[in-house]
Design a binder for this molecule. Structure first.
Ligand code: CTP
Length: 409
């Protein structure tokens, strides 16, 4: 699936000689599927592990292996390949980066294609070290990585686990989704929300009945996580106040909560420094008034009556905060409706003082809870409203973040 953050971007992916190089074939494939134009450089030692043909097959583009040899079908004449590859690239990623290649990059060695490409590059540079744990922690490697970081290179921390050698330690190359997450974070930094702080809430709240039981709802949190990812892709710093445990987008600061009251406290606290709050969470409107400290025992022949009270409305509290301190500057809410979608949604927008309201019909089978698609209408404070086609939650999130960027501009 095409992803806006990668679509049409030119990435130079340099692969160096680590056994983990085989994993990067998958990365090159996923980046290509996401719409990126991936130019692969293989160092001499990388070619001992993976072939140029493998990468050429998944990227559909020539693979560069040699500073001196012309690439058949390559877009660049040989004599300028080294400058040409880095020129107008959006990103240079060295994945995996061996201890040797890290040392070479640190010292600006220029006797192979990767070395000269790195020196000629003016785009952001990302490296993903991969090596045995003892090598990774050696002061020589640690010093080199520190110097590269000081120069603005983005270093993806290797994971702890088992190596091909059978030893365990820190030095494993992360899996493709994590690597993609880092690349998104770096590419996003040129986006329209760069330097902005966005708070997103996600998931359904849980209101305790006793230590084991709660009142909940069907929200999966997927739309909220997609919004957090789309905001990162646009360059924002994102705080995600969440009740669920889905894979966290790289660059998102998570705050785990359960109840509506915990969500209110967390959202209000982080909203004080925020440019925008997006309330995608399904917040309970009612909670058991007197949750029991002990597990409630059943009694023969008796049911259970719970007395419910109201929870606070978080968006109303945010509106009050904005009037008081001017932050958050933009408030976006959701409306889950089962009838009279647009009328109810317009009323909610006005009552809650929102800049934008995202309305979805929860009775549609391809929209709302748990599924990966959504069908929403966007209602603006100034009266404009558009109904979007059925699309993935990721695409819905991109559209909402586009609107947010316009509201903040
Ligand atoms: N919301 C909130 N605090 C609550 C309940 C809801 O901030 N205690 C937010 C939701 O996160 C959402 C918006 O208000 O962005 C609308 O939520 P929804 O459940 O559709 O509306 P309610 O205000 O609860 O109204 P009703 O249940 O009567 O439709």
């Amino acid at each position: 699936m095409k992803l806006r953050v990668f679509d049409g971007r030119r990435l130079v992916l340099a692969v160096t000689g680590s056994i983990s190089a085989y994993k990067v074939v998958d990365l090159a494939s996923k980046l290509t599927q996401a719409g990126a134009l991936v130019d692969v450089i293989l160092t001499e030692s990388a070619q001992q592990f993976v072939s140029a043909l493998t990468f050429q097959s998944v990227t559909g583009r020539p693979v560069y292996t040699d500073l001196w040899q012309s690439v058949s079908g390559g877009a660049l004449p040989t004599h300028i390949a080294h400058v040409g590859l880095a020129h107008d690239a959006d990103l240079l990623a060295v994945i995996p980066a061996t201890a040797h290649s890290i040392a070479r990059l640190t010292h600006g060695m220029a006797d192979d294609l990767l070395g000269v490409t790195a020196l000629a590059a003016t785009c952001p540079v990302v490296i993903a070290p991969a090596m045995d744990g003892s090598m990774y922690h050696h002061p020589a490697v640690a010093d080199n990585l520190e110097r590269l970081q000081q120069r603005g290179v983005w270093v993806i921390e290797p994971e702890v686990g088992r190596f091909a050698s059978g030893l365990t330690g820190q030095g494993r190359l992360p899996e493709t989704p994590t690597l993609m997450g880092h690349l998104r974070r770096v590419l996003g930094q040129r986006g329209p929300l760069n330097g902005r702080h966005v708070v997103v809430s996600a998931g359904g709240t849980r209101e305790a009945i006793d230590p084991v039981r709660f009142l909940g709802n069907r929200s999966s949190g997927k739309q909220g996580y997609a919004l957090a990812q789309a905001a990162v892709d646009a360059g924002a710093d994102v705080t995600l106040v969440t009740t669920v445990d889905l894979p966290l987008p790289i660059g998102v600061y998570p705050v785990a909560v359960e109840s509506a009251a915990q969500m209110r406290d967390a959202v209000l606290k982080h909203a004080e420094q925020a440019d925008a709050v997006i309330m995608a969470a399904a917040v309970a409107d009612f909670r058991p008034l007197r949750p029991s400290d002990q597990k409630i025992k059943k009694q023969e022949g008796l049911g259970l009556t719970l007395e419910l009270g109201r929870t606070d409305d978080i968006l109303l509290a945010l509106q009050a905060k904005r009037q008081q301190i001017g932050r958050p500057r933009v408030l976006i809410g959701f409306a889950a409706e089962s009838d009279q979608l647009l009328t109810n949604a317009r009323r909610k927008l006005e009552q809650k003082g929102l800049d934008l309201l995202v309305a979805n019909d929860i009775t549609a089978p391809d929209a709302g809870f748990a599924v990966d698609t959504n069908r929403v209408s966007l209602l603006h404070r100034d009266g404009r409203q558009v109904t979007l086609d059925l699309m993935s939650k990721a695409q819905v999130a991109e559209r909402i973040i586009d609107e947010l960027a316009l509201l903040l501009a």
